[in-house]
Ligand binder design. Structure first.
Ligand code: SAM
Length: 150
């Protein structure tokens, strides 16, 4: 499976919903196949990972997006919670988790916000709340607190 993925070769029916512009830009048409261009291929690493092994999952590093289609369906509720906790830890604040169309985080996690786009829904790890205060406001706050003797 991984060797097949590494080759980056697809048939026409893999592009049922792909905009023509992207096929032309990122693939080379050879006979009945479409091969991903090397400049894109070089950006991708393929490897095997047991999502139920938190130690190995930690090694993946921080991620901007996780696409995980029809994998949660393989697990029971406890295992789903464990996998989603791992995804939450790995995602950068404010970034996205995409599941399969029939999958949801209902009863699994409340740590993500559901975002609705035109054709899809995605889960977002909430961004960190940015506490912004001008230095002038900060001085005023400290000054009034000091005057009240707090
Ligand atoms: C129903 S298939 C979905 C495959 C593919 N994502 C798709 O949508 O066509 C479920 C996949 O989950 C993978 N899987 C099952 N248990 C796993 C685990 N503990 N860690 C990582 N992947 C797992 C299986 O290897 C299988 O490829």
């Amino acid at each position: 499976m991984l060797q097949h993925a590494r080759k980056g070769i697809y048939r026409k029916n893999s592009f049922r919903t792909t905009v023509e512009h992207y096929i032309e830009k990122y693939f080379t048409h050879e006979d009945n196949f479409y091969k991903i261009n090397d400049n894109v291929r070089r950006l991708v690493n393929f490897s095997c990972l047991n999502l139920l092994d938190p130690f190995k999952v930690k090694f993946v590093g921080e991620m901007d997006v996780i696409l995980c289609r029809n994998v949660l369906i393989c697990f029971d509720l406890e295992a789903r919670k464990k996998v989603i906790r791992g995804f939450h830890e790995r995602l950068t604040d404010g970034r996205y988790l995409l599941l399969g169309h029939a999958e949801s985080l209902m009863n699994i996690s409340t740590a993500f916000t559901l975002k609705h786009f035109k054709h899809d829904m995605v889960y977002q790890k909430p961004p960190k709340l940015a506490v912004s205060m001008s230095s002038e406001s900060l001085v005023k706050m400290v000054w009034s607190t000091t005057r009240r003797g707090e």
